[in-house]
Design a protein around this ligand. Structure first.
Ligand code: 3EB
Length: 322
């Protein structure tokens, strides 16, 4: 099912963008904008405009898919310094990986990544950044305000400056466990702006109180894309600003799905998911896979990935599309 309906656009509107999961062995179709490979050490670059080796593993027993973004328009890839990108039909997807040590730590690397992202994207026809994923190692390491997630938030805020037109994109930030990889950021941009959606069940992340760190996280709970699809940010068991159900993955998953349903309602959509449009589920402990499987919506494709959620008490986080 398309993420944006093919019939909804005039010639100047973005083309239909489809996001799906495929067998990793299946060759990508010619309309493929980008391929995201998980749980692999093989860096495959050929054949598609952009291919990213996402530094996240799949828990034992869960299936491995290849995430593919297709657009109903000619596609082409390119490179600008450390940024690799692909564009087509009014959409752009781009990725940047920075070595933390070379940039003086996670805060400085995050500032550099976001400054580069803003400088690059604001000079493109696809200048509206709608959705960003952030993966870096040891997200919960460090104590209090020195926890690495909080340093990332500070660097991100500094690097984005007055970028994003003062509006935050939807986002995910999850800890990877691959010491050979750096700060990996990838994003979706468009020639047309999106619309930010906040969740009435949750305090906007950019208004979290001081106890969660000196710099509130700069992301929107969701963004309505041109064409009407909803990009759903990483969603966890947080109500108001408090983490709920510590130690109980099944209950955290139910709370996360209730949050997504509330976000969908705030966007004017009915609750639920599209049968062909994938979710990603990030799981702190592989042992919680049965609870995750039992609680995920039936009939909706999902890639389960091992990763650390940005608060140590959180065990699961979901992101996706509607
Ligand atoms: C939360 O709601 C959980 O810092 O970009 C989710 C999605 C979370 C994005 C980010 C963090 C981010 O606060 C964590």
């Amino acid at each position: 099912m398309p993420v944006s309906p093919p019939d909804a656009f005039s010639a100047t509107e973005p083309a239909a963008l489809r996001i799906g999961l495929a067998d990793p062995a299946a060759p990508p179709s010619p309309d493929t904008l980008a391929v995201f490979d998980f749980d692999t050490d093989v860096r495959a670059d050929g054949g598609v405009p952009l291919r990213l080796q996402v530094p996240l593993r799949v828990p034992p027993g869960a299936s491995l898919h290849s995430e593919r973004w297709q657009v109903a328009a000619p596609v082409r890839g390119g490179r600008d310094g450390a940024i690799r990108h692909a564009r087509g039909g009014g959409w752009m997807v781009a990725t940047l990986e920075l070595d933390e040590a070379a940039h003086g730590g996670i805060e400085a690397a995050s500032a550099a990544a976001y400054a580069a992202l803003i400088a690059f994207q604001s000079a493109q026809p696809e200048r509206h950044v709608l959705r960003i994923w952030n993966y870096f190692a040891d997200i919960n390491a460090g104590h209090g305000d020195a926890e690495r997630y909080k340093l990332f938030c500070a660097g991100r805020r500094r690097g984005m400056g007055a970028g994003f037109d003062g509006a935050y994109p939807a986002a995910t930030a999850v800890g990877h466990r691959d010491p050979a990889r750096g700060l990996v950021v990838y994003w979706l941009a468009c020639a047309r702006p999106g619309t930010r959606i906040e969740n009435p069940r949750q305090v906007p992340a950019w208004r979290y109180p001081r106890q969660y760190g000196p710099t509130p996280p700069g992301f929107a709970r969701g963004v309505r894309l041109p064409g009407g699809a909803l990009a759903i940010s990483g969603t966890a068991s947080i109500v108001g600003h408090a983490s709920l159900h510590p130690g109980d993955c099944a209950a955290q998953l139910r709370e996360s799905l209730a949050n997504i349903a509330a976000l969908q309602a705030a966007a004017g959509l009915s609750p639920g998911f599209d049968p062909g449009v994938p979710l990603k589920a990030y799981l702190r402990h592989a042992a919680d896979l049965p609870a995750l499987r039992a609680g995920l919506p039936a009939g909706v494709p999902a890639q389960v990935l091992l990763g650390d959620i940005c608060r140590h008490e959180l065990l699961v986080e979901i992101d996706g599309w509607r």
